[in-house]
Design a protein around this ligand. Structure first.
Ligand SMILES: Cc1cc2nc3c(=O)[nH]c(=O)nc-3n(C[C@H](O)[C@H](O)[C@H](O)COP(=O)(O)OP(=O)(O)OC[C@H]3O[C@@H](n4cnc5c(N)ncnc54)[C@H](O)[C@@H]3O)c2cc1C
Length: 286
């Protein structure tokens, strides 16, 4: 197996263009498990750890640009203000060791329906920046990035450079059901983001369909009927939960049944919206 070690982004793109079969490795918390269990035997690994810029984040053009190699620990320590939903999700990932190594870019690269970054990225309206040497940069909205189970819109000669996330303008919450409190892959998960300026609520479902996805009908319901100046109408909240549950298309597997996941999505949708709405009203009253 060849081990390619670019030191700049340009070298990394060149290596991926010349060896599209090379498997990128950032934190290695997914890749190394696959190698250990012989799930795949790549002819080359493309180590991105020397490309320093991938581990940086910045505020650019009104967005928070999070480099693909930024580990969860940094998201938790430094980005809880602008990206509270993503930071909450990051806190639930694995263990301290996994959060030190594992990255948002790696979560996107793996494109698992159970990845914890995906629901808050969907709810916030994130855009994934990918690049190839031949065709340059593509900006892919998160909602168009996930194509199937562990399949994304990334082409073989492309690398993920960063993810652009609008800083929160309202409360955001992430909720995850697992079989225990830590070191657990989601049975299912849910994220909500209030966008008060646009009078819009974003959603993201995890581990409840072949891909992470938004609950579009539920978002449309709130866009049409939510009164942003009043307490949350219990009947509207119930309909929101039902539509979120209806957006799920889960399977039975070792972690849970499809029926349980549908039920849990409805519960988490109602809970997270209630938490977010309480914060919203509190902030208005202050
Ligand atoms: C014990 C344990 C617990 C875990 N718990 C959780 C959990 O609670 N929640 C969760 O979501 N995940 C969990 N994971 C999975 C994993 O930690 C995450 O998916 C993490 O985000 C992967 O990031 P990484 O940097 O380690 O990626 P890597 O393993 O380096 O890469 C992951 C995938 O992304 C690709 N890739 C990486 N960087 C790029 C790039 N720049 N461009 C294109 N492709 C790229 C790789 O080729 C690979 O396919 C766990 C893993 C372990 C081992």
């Amino acid at each position: 197996m060849d081990f390619l070690r670019p030191t700049t982004w340009e070298e990394a793109l060149a290596a991926k263009a010349d060896r599209p079969e090379a498997v990128p490795i950032q934190g290695g918390t997914d890749v190394m498990v696959e190698l250990n269990f012989d799930v795949r035997r790549p002819t080359a690994l493309l180590d991105l750890n020397r490309v320093a810029e991938l581990r940086e984040w910045s505020m650019t053009g009104g967005h928070c640009r999070v480099g693909a190699g930024v580990p969860y620990t940094v998201v938790i320590d430094e980005l809880g203000g602008p990206l509270p939903g993503l930071a909450q999700a990051a806190r639930t990932v694995g263990s301290p060791q996994i959060r030190n190594r594992g990255s948002v870019g790696g979560n996107l690269g793996a494109a698992s329906p159970a990845g914890d970054s995906h629901p808050p990225l969907l709810a916030a309206g994130a855009v994934v920046e990918v690049e190839s040497r031949e065709r340059g940069v593509r900006m892919i909205p998160a909602a168009e990035f996930y194509l199937g189970v562990k399949r994304s819109a990334l082409e073989p000669d492309e690398l993920i450079r960063a993810v652009h996330v609008p800083p929160a303008t309202g409360p955001q919450y992430f909720s995850k059901v697992g079989t225990r409190n830590a070191m657990v892959i989601a049975v299912c998960s849910f994220a909500v983001a209030l966008h008060p300026r646009e009078r819009r609520v974003g959603t993201g479902l995890g581990s409840a369909a072949p891909t992470p996805r938004r609950a579009l009908e539920a978002e449309e319901l709130l866009a049409a009927e939510l009164d942003w100046d009043a307490p949350l109408d219990p009947a509207l909240l119930r309909r929101f939960g039902d539509l979120c549950a209806r957006a799920a298309a889960p399977i039975d597997d070792v972690r849970g049944t499809a029926a349980y996941r549908v039920h849990a999505i409805g519960v988490m949708a109602r809970r997270t919206l209630t938490w977010a709405w309480n914060d919203h009203l509190e902030k208005r009253a202050a």
